[in-house]
Design a protein around this ligand. Structure first.
Ligand code: ADP
Length: 370
């Protein structure tokens, strides 16, 4: 609804505001009070007669602002929507209802809020009715991240492929020209590195797809976290040719899924490898703390700024590294870790200092002794 409505419905029969509000309330009281949706009662002039708390909170106004008449459609509807609003009012005049559509409102502090809005008129003269609004900021942010993500993944997939193509051409020529075994091995190694990178990315994508499809109802049993972490350490030490140390001997039992928990530890160790220098070690430890199995993966690498520490667990979140520590990744690994740990009724967090390194901690409740 907007300022343009004023002219469109000026011929509607006069109702007092109180009567209008009462009629609207009778019909929408339960929904209005539930605050699941922003609802505003309107005479389809510029005035907003009443609004529920959900509506007010979307645009940042108070009930006092509303009572003082500070809240009008022209204040909250940005000018760029004037044409759309006129079109929607025409729709309202013709059908007494507006099919929900996306637009923006101007918040009291000046920023714009993406909303899904609709409206319904109550009488043949379109003289009063309600407007509905749903804040879709989060959805829009997710859409934006998804677009960035697709762009980034396409780029990330293409880069190793191009490099592989280059090296395989080079390998072909080298073989034809009888190059030394050393030269041939160098090209083969580079191709193998690029395959590893693609593997990380594709595994992340597959995990992500699985979680999106809610296929993470995996079977659980009593598992030994020490055993699980030790196995990851020995496997990844071979893969990465890095010093990965394990600390903590005792068996520590939790209820969980062996494969999934290993996947979390594996993800953390892989990240530790990617975001630290080759000559630094990585420490994986398991201990018991406050009735929880506490698994830690510590590196002495680049570290993470305070403001990024919580956000790195968000879907698609990546830090833009000016340096070339890890040139591939989709910002999914830690999100999947968080989901798996949540499924185990545990929590995951990071403590880190820029330039010094990071310690990721997973806490999962121990098996209860009865
Ligand atoms: P990605 O595949 O991009 O690494 P993740 O979800 O695994 O996605 O990690 C998100 C971001 O968190 C990474 O882009 C990286 O900037 C940061 N990060 C993760 N682990 C570490 C670490 N051990 N040290 C420094 N930064 C890290």
């Amino acid at each position: 609804m907007s300022k343009n409505q004023t002219t469109e419905v000026a011929s509607s029969p006069a109702f007092s505001s109180e009567v209008l509000i009462k009629k609207v309330m009778e019909r929408y009281q339960a929904l209005f009070d539930s605050n699941m949706l922003g609802i505003a009662a309107t005479d389809f002039q510029d005035t907003i007669l009443d609004a529920n708390d959900a509506f007010l909170s979307i645009i940042g106004y108070t009930r006092e602002d509303l009572k003082a008449g500070k809240l009008t459609w022209s204040t909250i509807s940005p000018n760029k929507y004037d044409d759309v609003d006129i079109q929607k009012i025409t729709e309202l005049l013709a059908h007494k209802t507006i099919v929900p559509f996306e637009k923006e409102y101007t918040h009291k502090d000046g920023h714009t809020v993406p909303v899904l809005v609709g409206a319904e008129a109550f009488d043949a003269h379109i003289s009063y009715g309600v407007s509905f609004a749903l804040d879709i900021s989060e959805l829009k942010e997710l859409e934006r991240k998804k677009d960035d993500f697709i762009g980034m993944v396409s780029h990330d997939l293409k880069t190793p492929l191009s490099i592989m193509k280059l090296y395989s051409n080079f390998l072909e020529t080298s073989i034809k020209e009888g190059a030394s075994t050393e030269e041939l091995l160098e090209s083969a190694n580079e191709i193998s590195n690029q395959i590893d990178k693609l593997n990380i990315l594709i595994t992340d994508l597959l995990n992500m797809a699985r979680y999106q499809a809610h296929e993470h109802a995996f079977p659980v049993s009593a598992i030994d976290v020490t055993e699980c972490a030790k196995k990851v350490v020995s496997d990844l030490s071979l893969v990465h040719n890095r010093k990965i140390v394990f600390q903590g001997e005792k068996s520590v039992y939790v209820i969980g899924n062996d494969e999934r928990l290993s996947q979390v530890v594996m993800n953390l160790v892989n990240n530790a490898v990617r975001y630290s220098d080759d000559d630094t070690e990585i420490v994986v430890s398991v201990r018991v703390l406050n009735n929880h199995a506490c698994i830690q993966v510590q590196d002495f690498g680049m570290g993470i700024r305070k403001e990024d520490q919580e956000r790195i667990f968000d879907r698609y979140y990546r830090i833009n590294h000016a340096d070339d520590y890890a040139d591939i990744g989709a910002g999914i690994g830690l999100y999947v870790c968080k989901e798996i740990v949540r499924y185990h009724k545990g929590r995951i967090y990071v403590e880190s200092e820029l330039g010094k390194g990071s310690t990721f901690t997973i806490e999962v409740p121990l098996i209860e002794r009865k």
